[in-house]
Design a binder for this molecule. Structure first.
Ligand code: MG
Length: 158
């Protein structure tokens, strides 16, 4: 069986008055991401993990943040486009695991909604989303930014 593992990581700066999207879900928050797109750090990490598993480069290569067509774009669209790239190589998603690192707000009440949002875009039920603070340490702990890690397993269809 031809299986590939991929890893992705992303960071965005947080600023007051911006929207906070995670996994395609808008989270009520006084701060949100500074970004060219909607700044969905979790989806960006998952896109990089998918591209990495298929050895297709990274999200910046496929969707440059200097390209006006991606200004303000919903990252769920970027995830759909990334899935198309993976499928063109005859891969399907076996499972995804991910961790969002954010000090505030607490995300526990939104995890199920984020998981089902990602599951429907990825056409895969095995999507795990976890969240952690960083115990007030570093840029996440100081509430200056948000980061996300993702790992995926792909299987090549015969
Ligand atoms: Mg990003």
């Amino acid at each position: 069986m031809d299986m590939r593992i991929g890893y992705g990581y992303d960071v965005h700066k947080l600023e007051a008055g911006k929207e906070l999207f995670l996994g395609g879900v808008e989270i009520p928050s006084p701060v949100g991401c500074v970004a060219h797109s909607d700044g969905d750090v979790l989806i960006h990490a998952i896109c990089d993990a998918l591209l990495g598993a298929a050895n297709l480069g990274d999200i910046g290569h496929h969707f440059p943040d200097t390209d006006p067509q991606y200004k303000g774009i919903r990252s769920t669209i970027l995830l759909e486009k990334t899935l198309d790239l993976i499928k063109a190589e005859h891969f399907e998603v076996v499972n995804v695991d991910s961790t969002i690192c954010l000090q505030k707000p607490r995300l526990s009440g939104f995890i199920d909604e984020i998981k089902s949002s990602l599951s429907s875009v990825l056409q895969c039920n095995a999507v795990s989303v976890k969240a952690t603070t960083t115990e007030k340490l570093g840029f996440v702990g100081e509430e200056k930014g948000i980061s996300a890690h993702a790992i995926v397993l792909l299987q090549k269809r015969n």
